[in-house]
Design a protein around this ligand. Structure first.
Ligand SMILES: Nc1ncnc2c1ncn2[C@@H]1O[C@H](COP(=O)(O)OP(=O)(O)OP(=O)(O)O)[C@@H](O)[C@H]1O
Ligand SMILES: [Mg+2]
Length: 547
């Protein structure tokens, strides 16, 4: 009679356990509850739940009860699933033993492990596949586990399977909503935030949260071979910000070049990963995802070391990182566009101002000086003495010289020919004035046809040729210069060539001339090519696309 009541009590406890565990939605908390319930139901002093990894061969998690944290620490590493635990993983059948250590399959205990004799192991099956096992040892009062214990734990395992499934689904759903939330936040930020480094910073931080990565970094190409860390998230990684690596030696460089994402489970074994970067980031695993812009890869997001027991990233992580990379690419392109637009405004405003000044100088100051000149001539005729005539004549020469200066200045600021007659006429004037003033022989050839180019293109080409000629006077010691304009399908080309002493284009710093040319061309989607050496002088060649 007492036995029956006891059995009923235990079953009731089992039902209660079922209710308790089914309300637990966090997988970690659920597993902990499950081991505790299993220990309670069976009177086991120690209980554990091992979760089998995706390969089905080892344990990826091991949740215990009955062992104090300091005992845990003294034992060291958690079991991976050898010995008896391994047998249970392979066979997926309940196993009951009187003395664990006497079984032939036992792998023995590590040092500092409490003694464990009686043993009950029960598999937890999830949709026909082993998910994990309950391990119970040391039944109270040195007894062995009974048939009833085994049955109860088997029932608990069935409930556990359902609860685990729920918790997993719930976690997947929560992860989804977290992902959506983060993506949404980044999307909103894209609409209102114009500071690209703040945007990339947000992207790095959110991605790090979602992936549970130790570190996330965003790299963008800098000058030449350089790749720069423009955003990083992760503890102790602040000093990485602003550091550079090279395209040719780094994994990010390769990914940028190939434009394809890559997942690396062991950084040390990957031939692309430079030791320098491994040291810089201290990475074990990595995900590299390119930021794909309208014209190919424009940067890379890298993630390293998933936190937790397994540092490897999953396919799902890769997809999340790609979703973030898409947004980062938009952010980078947007900010570049904004930067270009504001530069364009500055250039246009400058050109307008120059035009206004040139007109004023030419029309107003020039006219005034001309009037003075005419007045002086009239005055000269009425003068009586040679002395006063000579003085007036001197004054007249001075005015003539000033008038020439004013015209030259106006021309330099902005020749009216550029607006009135177009690029070819303006450059023709420029070339001949240049030849007269410097004594350097100039060839000018233009094969553009009659059609005018867009005003922005005409101005840019004029300024580039003007700066090139100024450089020839200032630096080249040339005897001869040629200027050639030509038009091909969809683009206009201008080439300025001198036979001077040349220079090393890679070693240039300080001047604004060449840099300014490059920037103007970038606005128009054009290209600048500089070839220079001591033997053949300097060639500046530019290409600008035109409709
Ligand atoms: N045609 C050339 N022949 C020889 N050296 C040149 C020529 N063009 C440029 N250089 C060299 O390249 C450097 C950079 O030219 P850049 O026009 O950028 O600057 P800069 O002329 O020195 O100064 P800025 O143009 O700002 O007045 C020059 O200092 C000069 O050393
Ligand atoms: Mg210059």
């Amino acid at each position: 009679m007492a036995e029956v009541r006891q059995s009923e009590d235990r079953l009731r406890a089992l039902v209660e356990a079922g209710v308790a565990i089914s309300s637990e939605l966090s997988l970690d908390a659920l597993l902990q509850r499950l081991v505790e319930k299993a220990a309670e139901l069976t009177g086991a002093r120690y209980a554990a739940l091992g979760v089998i990894d995706s390969a089905g061969t080892e344990l990826e998690r091991f949740v215990t009860t009955g062992i104090e944290p300091d005992e845990h620490a003294a034992i060291g590493e958690l079991p991976r699933g050898r010995g008896i635990l391994g047998a249970l993983i392979r066979e997926a059948e309940p196993l009951r033993l009187h003395n664990l250590t006497e079984d032939a399959r036992s792998a023995g205990f590590p040092e500092n492990h409490p003694p464990m004799r009686s043993f009950l192991g029960v598999p937890i099956m999830l949709r026909g596949v082993p998910y994990g096992n309950f391990y119970l040892t040391e039944k109270a009062a040195g007894e062995d586990f009974t048939d009833e214990d085994q049955e109860l734990v088997t029932l608990l395992a069935a409930q556990a399977a359902v609860a685990v499934d729920n918790a997993r689904l719930y976690e997947a759903a929560t992860n989804w909503s977290r992902q959506l939330e983060s993506l949404n936040e980044v999307g909103n930020a894209l609409a209102i935030e114009t500071d690209v480094s703040r945007l990339l910073d947000l992207i790095a931080r959110r991605l790090r949260d979602l992936l549970d990565a130790r570190v996330i970094a965003v790299v963008l190409p800098g000058a030449g071979d350089e790749l720069r860390f423009v955003a990083v998230a992760g503890e102790g990684t602040e000093e990485l910000l602003g550091q550079t690596t090279t395209r040719t030696t780094s994994k990010s460089g390769r990914v940028l070049e190939r434009g394809r994402s890559e997942r690396v489970d062991s950084v040390l074994d990957d031939p692309d990963v430079s030791p320098e970067v491994t040291r810089l980031l201290g990475a074990r695993t990595g995900l590299w995802v390119p930021l794909i812009g309208r014209q190919g890869a424009i940067g890379v997001i890298e993630a390293h070391d998933k936190l937790g027991s397994d540092a490897r990233f999953t396919d799902n992580d890769l997809r999340i990182a790609e979703a973030f990379a898409t947004r980062a690419a938009v952010a980078v392109e947007l900010s570049e566009r904004i930067e270009r637009e504001s530069f364009r405004r500055v250039v246009n405003a400058q050109e307008l101002e120059r035009r206004r000044l040139a007109r004023e100088l030419h029309d107003e100051t020039g006219q005034a000086l001309t009037s003075i000149l005419l007045g002086l001539r009239a005055l000269e005729e009425t003068l009586e003495t040679d002395e006063s005539r000579a003085a007036t004549s001197q004054l007249r020469e001075l005015v003539v010289a000033t008038l020439q200066d004013v015209r030259r200045l106006a021309l330099e600021l902005r020749p009216s020919a550029l607006d009135d007659f177009g690029l070819v006429a303006a450059l023709e004037n420029l070339a001949s004035t240049f030849g007269e003033q410097t004594g350097i022989a100039v060839d000018f050839g233009a094969a553009l046809g009659e059609e005018r180019l867009p005003a922005e293109v005409e101005t840019a080409l004029y300024r580039i040729v003007q700066e090139s000629l100024t450089n020839v006077v200032k630096h080249a010691r040339a005897r001869h210069v040629s200027i050639a304009l030509s038009k091909r399908e969809g683009s206009v080309k201008a080439v300025v060539e001198d036979d001077g002493q040349g220079f090393d284009p890679a070693q240039v710093d300080g001047g604004f001339g060449l840099v300014g040319m490059g920037e103007r061309l970038a606005l128009l989607g054009g290209r600048l090519r500089i070839e220079s050496n001591a033997e053949s002088g300097t060639t500046i060649a530019v290409d600008v696309p035109v409709p």
